[in-house]
Design a protein around this ligand. Structure first.
Ligand code: 5RP
Length: 226
């Protein structure tokens, strides 16, 4: 069995929590895509919802499936957002932004009555900060901001697009991926420090946002943490 089985199982299970008349926040990434696939199917069977999307990719996938995607600036609250994560610990602290969409994802999650997290089992970690911490930086003056981050002792690199150019988010900004030598013992402090750095838009740390966590396993089983 592959990781795709686990992602698909988690993404598909989340659709059971979606009810008529909800405004549904669509996350970004491969696991969120499985959720969108299942949501499209459920809508074809009669479920009536509207969506808001955390990325152009998710919006376009939903529209292709004939789901009505609302303008984010036309709403003030979301019922449920379903989104993936790169790492999640036992306190449901997460790192997101592997797909470069964490700022929009956080805006949706924070506006939601519940954020349902859909992950494959490899995303469960003892301490977050094992891989990379994406930091979205305002395009204007981004080398200056990068300098300011590095002067605080953080090491990292610009995220690159497939063609080798600097990757830009849907907001038109670069991402500075920070790599820790070891998982930070107090990630909340790193988040605050980085967020207080002029030019930083947001980090990929997500605290106090996750509701139910749907974990897909490689044998196709699903477990849910409440
Ligand atoms: C995008 C994200 C994704 O949710 C995260 O990278 C997980 O992706 P995947 O489900 O493909 O493993 O934060 O910005």
């Amino acid at each position: 069995m592959t990781l795709e089985v686990a992602k698909e199982a988690a993404g598909h299970r989340a659709v059971r929590f979606i009810e008529d008349d909800m405004i549904v926040g669509l996350g970004t990434g491969s696991t969120a895509c499985y959720f969108i696939d299942a949501l499209i199917e459920k809508c074809q069977q009669g479920l009536k919802i509207e969506a808001v999307a955390s990325s152009e990719a998710s919006a376009s996938k939903a529209r292709d499936g004939r789901i009505r995607v609302l303008d984010i600036n036309a709403i003030t609250q979301v019922d449920i957002t379903v989104d993936g994560a790169d790492e999640i610990d036992q306190q449901k602290r997460m790192i997101k932004g592997g797909g470069g969409a964490h700022t929009r994802e956080k805006i949706l999650a924070a506006a939601s009555k519940e954020m349902i997290v859909v992950v494959d089992e490899t995303k469960l970690v003892n301490s977050i900060g094992q891989t990379k911490l994406p930091v979205e930086i305002l395009h204007y003056g981004s080398p200056i901001t990068r300098n300011r981050i590095e002067r605080q002792g953080y090491k990292g690199q610009w995220r690159l697009a497939k063609d080798g150019s600097i990757f830009l988010t849907d907001n038109g900004n670069p991402i500075f991926d920070i790599y820790f030598d070891f998982p930070p013992p107090f990630p909340e402090e790193d988040h605050e420090r980085l967020l207080n750095t002029l030019g930083v838009i947001d980090t990929g740390f997500f605290f106090n946002l996750a509701g139910r966590v749907i974990i897909g396993h490689t044998d196709g089983r699903v477990t849910i943490q409440t």
